[in-house]
Design a protein around this ligand. Structure first.
Ligand code: ASP
Ligand code: MG
Length: 439
């Protein structure tokens, strides 16, 4: 069985929902994971923000506006009086429920419940629409099987067992519709898999049922070899290794959430990125296969800070790196890139919440220098060290750009450069010309 995930824009209006319904009704049994309609989760975050600030009027104003929008979606989506009524009742019940949270104490726990409503509504709307069209569609309640453990990590054993039970309740269904993003935590409370987490849901489901394929449908034509907003002459990449896709997803390619890669890779289930606007286009296939001798794509991540710690004490000393890393760990700050020399180490971070404390602590061990407004440019492809020529090509493209750090050899699939953010566009264009558009 395949798992298909459709993001917020793919279900962002009544007509988009109808398009998706057409796409998924081909007679094959499948699980369909949906995000909330586009903009909804952001609006629910905004509502929560007003409630945290104890401003129920502010919250109510936004709730009413959002409800009015949904009433209109329902009116456009269904054609029979029966389903128009079912749809309106659905909207009313969810919005009355959200409104009930404007009256009492509002904490993290209540926020999670409010945030869950977007996916609960979109899936119920799609399910009714399919049923109105005569399709055998069933809702799989994610809150019954999607669960995280005490470390807030998904619990694959629980998910597999409970999902199987849910599927067995309706063996004859053609389409199982389920919510992305939402789950319960180890204490049974409503929670979520973090923003953008619907891709993760799809991948976890795929692994749990040993799906033949996981499809991530968006409104973009697969992953591109460079950022089409910045560089001219980009092209979709037709095939990526999981590790290449992971690097790209993490370093800037917005099309796929990075958490989605690991469960699929581990279960060896191919992930296909497809375009709802152009459903017959081949998209991008992500699997455990490597295409030999090819550089695939370039991505960039902004807002990076570089920190250099130089110490003569590092010379011939052991334990220096451990001390440095422990400081970052104690402030829950993860490091993206590292470069070392015999007298110092440079690291890059994207989370600067505790930067000042970190810098203070680092100063005990050496002279500290900070460079802000930096950017990581990541080149992925078959960069196995024994190949020759590929690193040189990437380096040559960066010839005219001041490079702060270079990282190579951390995996077989990438080489990363840390440069100034203001040099990013030039670097991306130059890499694109050198690697993909050679005459
Ligand atoms: N609706 C959630 C969000 O906007 C999850 C998702 O779309 O993947 O973050
Ligand atoms: Mg998304």
């Amino acid at each position: 069985m395949k798992v298909l995930k459709f993001g917020g824009t793919s279900v962002g209006s009544a007509s988009r929902i109808k398009e998706v319904a057409k796409l998924i009704t081909d007679g094959e049994q499948k699980i369909v994971v949906l995000s909330a309609m586009s903009g909804t989760t952001n609006t629910l975050v905004e509502i929560s923000d007003y409630l945290y600030k104890k401003n129920p009027e502010g919250a109510n104003e936004i709730i009413n506006k959002l409800e009015a929008k949904y009433k209109q979606h329902v009116n456009e989506l269904y054609s029979t009086p029966e389903y128009k009524q079912k749809g309106q009742e659905l909207i009313k019940s969810h919005f009355d429920y959200i409104r009930s949270y404007t009256k009492d104490l509002f904490t993290l726990f209540e926020e999670k419940v409010v945030l869950a409503q977007g996916e609960l509504i979109s899936t119920a709307m799609m399910n009714y629409y399919l049923q109105e069209c005569g399709v055998k569609s069933i809702l799989l309640p994610a809150l019954e099987y999607m669960r995280t453990d005490k470390n807030a990590e998904p619990d694959p054993v629980y998910i597999k067992e409970k999902l199987q039970m849910q599927l067995e309740l309706h063996p004859g269904a053609e389409i199982y519709i389920t919510q992305g993003y939402i789950c319960r935590n180890a204490y049974g409370e409503i929670d979520n898999l973090q923003r953008g987490g619907s891709d993760y849901t799809a991948s976890l489901i795929g692994a749990a049922i040993n799906a033949s394929e996981i499809q991530i449908w968006t409104d973009i034509d697969g992953m591109h070899n460079n950022d089409p907003r910045i560089v001219d002459k980009t092209a979709p990449v037709r095939h990526l290794h999981f590790e290449e896709a992971a690097e790209l997803a993490y370093f800037g390619a917005k099309i796929l959430h990075p958490t989605c890669i690991q469960p699929a890779k581990y279960a060896n289930i191919p992930v296909r990125l497809l375009n709802t606007m152009d459903p017959t286009a081949p998209g991008t296939m992500i699997s455990n296969d490597t295409e030999k001798g090819k550089i695939k794509a370039v991505a960039a991540k902004d807002n990076i800070t570089a920190i250099k710690i130089k110490s003569s004490r590092m010379l011939l000393a052991h334990g220096f790196l451990r001390k440095v890393f422990e400081i970052f760990e104690s402030y829950q700050t993860s490091i993206d890139m590292i470069c070392t020399s015999e007298v110092g180490v440079s690291v890059s971070v994207d989370n600067t919440k505790h930067l000042n404390e970190i810098l203070d602590d680092l100063k005990k061990y050496g002279t500290v220098t900070v460079d802000k407004d930096m950017c990581i440019v990541c080149v992925v492809g078959d960069l196995e060290w024994e190949n020759v020529g590929f690193e040189a090509k990437a380096l040559d493209a960066m010839r005219d750009i001041p490079v702060r750090m270079i990282s190579f050899g951390g995996s077989n699939y990438n080489i990363s450069f840390l440069i100034r953010e203001c040099d990013k566009n030039k670097a991306l264009q130059s890499l694109s010309d050198a690697l993909f558009n050679e005459e």
